[in-house]
Ligand binder design. Structure first.
Ligand code: ATP
Length: 422
């Protein structure tokens, strides 16, 4: 973990937030490489949700909502008791329910009891004394429930269907820490799947497998992924599973697959006074749709992917990231930086490739150092222009993982790379 944190900082993946002022616990900034990788991840998730499934649409909801939302969701009420939190597994317990000093779930040490609310409050308005209280959203999914009726009314979707969203969430975590694992500002990717109550069992199994398959498609070592079955369930839930990165040295949860039943829409119907039921256009049956949620952490996935890809092979440090996720796809070098004819051709190739791919040009140091530097940030391919290139119009392409080199014609490079990063 320490190596990942240091590499992330040193190479511009992740910086501690507001570092020049001593930082702020639980806040991070993504640097030039981090933002490329995070955007790749989000694009993969979004395309998979909305293009591989024809009955899922997306929204991008506001971070601040009417504060009643958080009363309806139970967040305002359920977090005002004095709670203790386990420093190890981060499970929270009402202080009154705990006997002794150890966590009943994992035996870890507990924090002192504190009255706290995990929601991050904020104030709206400009006049002191007349400001209204609101919250930064504690979970991204609530806006999906708020927009469910609007989505139904404005699209041709019928039950069953899904609404997905990627967005920020904020939590006053009692124990922020462990790098990106437990932050106070983070990003979630959520699917809320709306269906008839009779379909819940079948659909739950479907989404559980489907989400696992997606994660397996992007991890370097899919065998490090597993399910954790929750035994203690919310009163409305029949099942809950986490998708875990089992090799994590800190917490393991990456995504929750939750059976939410009619809890959310019934709650919002009650608090808002709006009818959120659904009438089946064919059978005319009227019911509150049931919900299956898949709610994952973008930042946790990012961190687990780095941990999973980090490899030491002798002196060589390689981030064996899936090429679809890697920040740069290709690095282009002139063999010697002081030979203008090599630099010119290398720059031409770089300019051509960067129209469709994220490509980096590197003319510093010797070729060995450049390979080392690209391996460490996970660049899957390096293209070297040498003196032969000036005659045979071909370049050397070197594979990050196998270190094998092959000679490819310059005019075939785009085709060569085109099927590798989709
Ligand atoms: P935990 O038990 O670890 O506190 P949670 O069960 O409260 O997590 P959910 O509310 O189900 O988490 O949120 C869905 C996902 O959002 C989690 O699986 C995780 O990937 C991510 N997530 C939750 N809290 C944080 C956080 N403080 N920092 C980073 N990611 C988070």
């Amino acid at each position: 973990m320490d190596k990942i944190v240091s590499l992330a900082k040193r190479r511009g993946f992740v910086f501690p937030g507001s570092e020049i002022y001593g930082g702020l616990q639980g806040f991070y900034d993504f640097g030039p490489l981090g933002v490329e990788m995070k955007n790749n991840l989000k694009r993969l998730w979004w395309n998979w949700m909305t293009k591989e499934h024809d009955n899922i649409v997306g929204i991008d909801g506001a971070i601040i909502t009417n504060p009643k939302v958080w009363e309806a969701s139970g967040h305002v009420k359920s977090f005002v008791d004095p709670l203790v939190e386990c420093k190890k597994c981060h499970h929270r317990f009402k202080a009154d329910d705990i006997k002794g000093e150890k966590c009943p779930d994992c035996g870890g040490l507990l924090t002192e009891p504190k009255v706290f609310n995990i929601l991050v409050p904020t104030q709206l308005g400009v006049i002191e004394g007349e400001k209204t209280n609101a919250y930064l959203r504690g979970e991204a999914c609530q806006t999906i429930y708020l927009d469910y009726k609007n989505v139904l009314d404005t699209t041709r979707l019928k039950i069953p269907f899904g609404i997905c969203q990627i967005g920020k969430a904020f939590r006053n975590e009692v124990t922020p820490g462990n790098f990106l694992f437990r932050q106070r500002e983070f990003e979630q990717w959520d699917l809320q799947w709306f269906c008839h109550p009779s379909e819940m069992v079948k659909r739950f199994e479907y989404w559980k497998e489907e989400r696992m398959n997606w994660y397996k498609s992007i991890f370097t070592h899919p065998e490090n992924l597993g399910f954790y079955k929750h035994e203690k369930l919310a009163h409305y839930a029949k099942k809950a599973f986490d998708i875990e990165y089992t090799a994590s040295p800190v917490g393991k949860e990456m995504e929750g697959i939750h059976w939410r039943g009619d809890w959310d829409l019934s709650g919002h119907s009650k608090y808002s006074g709006q009818d959120l039921s659904y009438t089946d256009p064919e059978t005319k049956e009227n019911f509150i749709p049931n919900i299956i949620e898949t709610s994952g952490g973008v930042d946790r996935t990012f961190m687990f992917l780095m941990l999973d890809a980090y490899t030491e092979e002798g002196e060589r440090i390689v981030l064996k990231l899936n090429p679809k996720v890697a920040p740069y796809k290709v690095a282009v070098f002139p063999l010697l930086a002081n030979k203008p004819e090599l630099v010119k051709l290398a720059r031409q190739i770089y300019e051509d490739l960067r129209k469709n791919l994220t490509v980096v040009f590197d003319g510093r140091g010797n070729i060995g150092k450049r390979y080392y530097s690209q391996d460490e940030i996970g660049t899957p391919f390096c293209v070297t222009v040498d003196f032969d290139s000036l005659k045979d119009e071909a370049v050397t392409v070197r594979d990050r993982d196998t270190m094998k080199q092959e000679r490819i014609k310059i005019n075939k490079l785009e085709d060569y790379f085109s099927d590798k990063f989709i």
